[in-house]
Design a protein around this ligand. Structure first.
Ligand SMILES: [Zn+2]
Length: 145
């Protein structure tokens, strides 16, 4: 179980790499790989950021950075599509994240949401991971256009 920023950035960068390597067919392969990367990343057991407010800040700020990058990057649409692909398993099982707020019941359609993570993280490591993801996004997206 990983958080949306890490899933989204991973998916975005995979999609960007696919598009750069192979144009439209490469993008399709990249989006498929971005989708599958979710299963792999869910083996990492992220620790809660803390209370609801902390969780909001630790996910909202990276999301704003991501949206800023998407809005200025010439291949922002590729990054955006990759973000969605990387988060798709959660978007489906967490019902567009509505279940996070207790508004609807979550599902367990994908195997990654039915098994326990194999790599447990501390809260510090969880925060470090999301910072690393955002720095990686900034560095790679500014060099790959
Ligand atoms: Zn998931």
């Amino acid at each position: 179980m990983s958080y949306s920023n890490v899933h989204g950035v991973t998916g975005a960068l995979i999609a960007l790499g696919g598009y750069q390597a192979g144009g439209d067919p490469g993008l399709l392969a990249g989006l498929a790989a971005a989708f599958l990367s979710h299963d792999l990343l869910d083996r990492i057991g992220e620790k809660s950021y803390g209370d609801m407010r902390a969780s909001f800040v630790w996910e909202f700020v990276p999301l704003m950075v991501f949206l800023a990058v998407v809005s200025v990057h010439p291949l922002g649409w590729v990054l955006g599509a990759g973000w969605i692909a990387g988060n798709m398993m959660d978007l489906i099982d967490k019902r567009l994240y509505l279940s996070v707020f207790g508004l609807v019941e979550p599902g367990e359609f994908f195997p990654c949401h039915r098994r326990s993570p194999t790599v447990p993280l501390t809260q510090r490591q969880t925060k470090a991971l999301t910072i690393i993801a955002t720095i990686g996004l900034l560095v790679i997206s500014s060099t790959v256009m």
